[in-house]
Design a protein around this ligand. Structure first.
Ligand code: ZN
Length: 349
């Protein structure tokens, strides 16, 4: 039991066509005023820059915008510049790392953060977690959830299907993440929150149920993915950690990020990891693989563009990434067991 159980949630979540133009109104509606520092990726600038910036100016905000090319590399310079600009809140417009860059900077400055995702590629859209190379950790660290999320369906639909499919891999991975959490509860007496766990599992099941629709990149499918990602973020807010959303399949992905010469997308790797961890848990792993295939997400090393050897090595080293108990146990898999696991699930040939 967590006592006190302190839950901080986003206040407004706006999902719809053309809602990027409402960023300024939403900021006003939640009582924000004064100076705003807007972090935009180049894609964010192209897809929504004008709309978001003019919506903020039109609502009387004093706007300072910063375009980032490599969000992962620009953490210290953005933090320095933002601190000088003395904003009252921060808005990020872009993909996963641009969102994380703004979220972390706002957290450090102790000011609110608004998230305007341009792709549905991972669950950082609404979560209190941040994953940035500059923080020196392979896994995510806790910050604060966005005060508002503005998810423009038109913009997110126009992003490449690969990004949406990656977001689905990240969502489906909650099935094994929650199994790991339950296991840690039973074996290590770790806090387990059934409400947060159920919310994450429900999101994964909904995405699997609508895999075909999502695979066809239909609007209804895109909306399901956005809402599922937001729900996963909320489940982390409720749990007070990334536990409902990140287990051994995430650790596998974190190791790939460190060792593979060309890692794939976060959610793509987590989806493949979930197939293998589901096998270890004795779950219906073929269902996970089938859903990922229907969605158009990778299910093999080849599709990830990663050589077999790195897959096996990531499985062997995954348990070392962070002190978090999972199906991999305290000592992890042997090389032979890891190779067998990847082979039997068809990830390597
Ligand atoms: Zn994730």
């Amino acid at each position: 039991m967590l006592d006190p159980h302190d839950i901080e949630l986003p206040r407004r979540i706006l999902v719809g066509k053309g809602v990027a133009g409402s960023v300024g109104d939403v900021a006003c509606s939640i009582g924000l005023s004064g100076r705003v520092y807007v972090v935009l990726s180049s894609m964010g600038y192209k897809l929504a820059g004008d709309v978001v910036l003019s919506s903020l100016s039109a609502n009387g905000f004093n706007v300072h915008d910063r375009r980032v090319e490599e969000a992962q590399e620009e953490l210290s310079s953005v933090m320095e510049e933002a601190a000088k600009a003395r904003p009252d809140f921060i808005v990020s417009v872009g993909g996963g790392s641009t969102i994380d860059l703004g979220k972390y900077t706002a957290f450090k400055l102790g000011i609110p953060f608004m998230s305007v995702p341009t792709a549905a590629s991972h669950d950082g859209i609404a979560s209190p977690m941040v994953s940035l190379k500059g923080l020196g950790k392979p896994c995510s660290v806790r910050a604060k959830p966005p005060i508002a999320i503005i998810a423009d369906v038109n913009i997110i639909m126009s992003a490449p299907h690969r990004l949406l499919a990656s977001g689905c891999g990240d969502i489906i991975a909650k099935l094994t993440a929650v199994k790991d959490w339950k296991l840690a509860h039973k074996i290590k007496n770790e806090y387990y929150g059934e409400y947060a766990a159920s919310l994450a599992v429900m999101s994964a099941k909904l995405v699997m149920k609508h895999a075909k629709l999502i695979g066809a990149h239909r609007e209804e499918g895109v909306r399901i993915v956005i809402e599922a990602l937001v729900s996963c973020g909320v489940s982390m807010c409720i749990a007070g950690s990334s536990r409902p959303c990140s287990g051994a399949e995430h650790q596998f992905s974190h190791v790939l990020d460190m060792i593979a010469p060309r890692p794939a997308l976060h959610g793509e790797q987590c989806g493949v990891g979930a197939i293998m961890m589901a096998y270890l848990h004795g779950m219906k792993w073929r269902r996970i693989r089938k859903a990922l295939k229907l969605i158009g997400a990778p299910t093999t090393a080849k599709e990830l563009g990663i050589e077999d050897e790195y897959i096996v090595r990531a499985l062997v080293e995954a348990h070392k990434v962070r002190p978090r108990y999972t199906i991999l146990g305290d000592t992890g898999l042997t090389w032979d067991a890891a190779r067998h696991l990847a082979k039997v699930t068809g990830v390597i040939s």
